[in-house]
Design a protein around this ligand. Structure first.
Ligand code: FEO
Length: 173
């Protein structure tokens, strides 16, 4: 049976993951409107991944006899001045999420909840990847500056991103 405090922390994290999904969907819609179809595609895949993160956590809470309680999702921003502004916001947000996952892991450790520590390892690794990706885009955009052709190629590259089911969900399918 899941410890009540751990259950509450998971419910807060599930809400944070859905908020992340909503943020990235908002970014996707913004860049689709601005004519950056590749960036819009990248954020649309990100939107799906964040829903997957919430789903993995919901499945886990259920599997441990806990109760998932879905809270309202707070408002998100709806426009960004530049792709750089959006990826800087993405990196700042992912840094925050990393902190939340670390807090959850620390709580599971304090409660001697080894199963939760084990399942959270996938998220800890995922956060390293998410931060690294956002940083690499920021670095690329710094080099591109206001070069229109560079931005055009950046957008084209992001159009190639495709969605794949994450391993904790693929294992369940
Ligand atoms: Fe679910 Fe982007 O962390």
């Amino acid at each position: 049976m899941l410890n009540k405090e751990v259950e509450q922390a998971f419910n807060a994290q599930i809400n944070a993951e859905f908020w992340s999904a909503y943020l990235y969907l908002s970014m996707s819609m913004h860049f689709a409107h601005e004519g950056f179809d590749g960036i819009a595609n990248w954020f649309a895949v990100q939107f799906k991944e964040e829903q997957d993160h919430a789903t993995i956590m919901m499945n886990y809470v259920n599997s441990r006899g806990g109760k998932v309680v879905l809270a309202p999702i707070a408002e998100v921003e709806t426009s960004w001045d530049t792709p750089m502004a959006a990826f800087a916001a993405t990196l700042a947000h992912e840094n925050k999420v990393t902190g939340l996952i670390n807090d959850l892991y620390a709580l599971a450790t304090a409660k001697n909840d080894y199963a939760t520590q084990s399942m959270l390892k996938w998220f800890i690794d995922e956060q390293v990847e998410e931060e690294e990706t956002a940083e690499s885009f920021i670095n690329a955009l710094k080099k591109i500056g206001d070069n229109g052709y560079g931005l055009y190629m950046f957008d084209k590259e992001l159009a190639a991103r495709t969605y794949t089911t994450p391993s904790p969900l693929a294992a369940k399918a």
